[in-house]
Design a binder for this molecule. Structure first.
Ligand code: 6GU
Length: 242
């Protein structure tokens, strides 16, 4: 997987992607990260990339020319086979479709993904019309820019790329009960400030432990995310195996 990011804040992306599992995946070349500073493609001597909105109103709008020029620099460097389709360009915006695991799986099939991060009051619509293939939000709240959202999507897609997770990390995620929240976890010490680890986990009875974990998963999902249980029920009915 090759990620490309168009942004006015390249350090934010480089710093955010340099640690832990994602940092290791880049070092081991299971994914790559190409960050392009849109400001480098400004066409004026002050390196300005935004201007007042036509029609008036608050805030500034990112101009089309540097955004499209920065995008073209990426595509030119990709030496795309003429027979191949253009790369997906994902614009991170609160006006997009809300990101979920199914979208992550779809993105993970791509060889290249280009993320466009906006700031200010947005980007000139003409640039968006020319280059964007997907509009994606990470939830119903407003952030100051698209960099954190792009990192959320890249993190989620990266863990679906072969070899990014090691065996232990993969097993950890695969063992979750499908569509339910995970059961609680405990480690040493067996007693902390008067609170003990549940006896069943110390029993060595693997069947009992599995039953306990399944029960806790269901209980936790019912309490915190009843919508997930309803979704599962609905899917079951639709597949005719209720
Ligand atoms: Cl993708 N961008 C911004 N600025 N705010 C958001 C968002 C994106 N997703 C949720 N809030």
């Amino acid at each position: 997987m090759r990620f490309h990011v168009l942004t006015l804040f390249p350090e934010m992306i480089l710093n955010g992607m340099s640690e832990s599992i994602i940092g290791r995946a880049i070092k081991n070349e299971y994914i790559s990260l190409n960050v392009v500073n849109i400001r480098d493609y400004s066409d004026n001597k002050h390196m300005k990339v935004d201007d007042y909105p036509y029609g008036g109103g608050a805030g500034m709008v990112m101009q089309a020319p540097p955004v499209v020029a920065a995008y073209e620099s990426i595509v030119d460097n990709m030496n795309l086979d003429v027979t191949k389709k253009k790369p997906r360009v994902v614009y991170m915006t609160p006006q997009g479709s809300v990101f979920n695991q199914d979208m992550a799986q779809d993105f993970a099939k791509e060889e290249d993904l280009i993320f466009l991060c906006g700031h200010y009051e947005g980007i000139d619509e003409r640039a968006l019309e020319m280059i964007v293939t997907d509009h994606v939000s990470i939830g119903d709240y407003v952030l100051t820019g698209g960099e954190l959202p792009a990192m959320v999507v890249m993190d989620c897609v990266s863990r679906l790329v072969p070899n990014v997770l090691n065996n232990e990390e993969s097993a950890m995620f695969e063992s979750f009960y499908d569509g339910l929240l995970e059961h609680p976890q405990y480690t040493r010490p067996v007693e902390f400030r008067g609170k003990r680890v549940p006896d069943v986990l110390l029993s060595g009875n693997h069947k009992k432990i599995e039953e306990w974990r399944k029960e806790k998963s269901l209980e936790r999902t019912r309490e915190r995310r009843p919508d997930l249980l309803e979704k599962k029920e609905k899917e079951k009915k639709e597949n005719g195996n209720s």
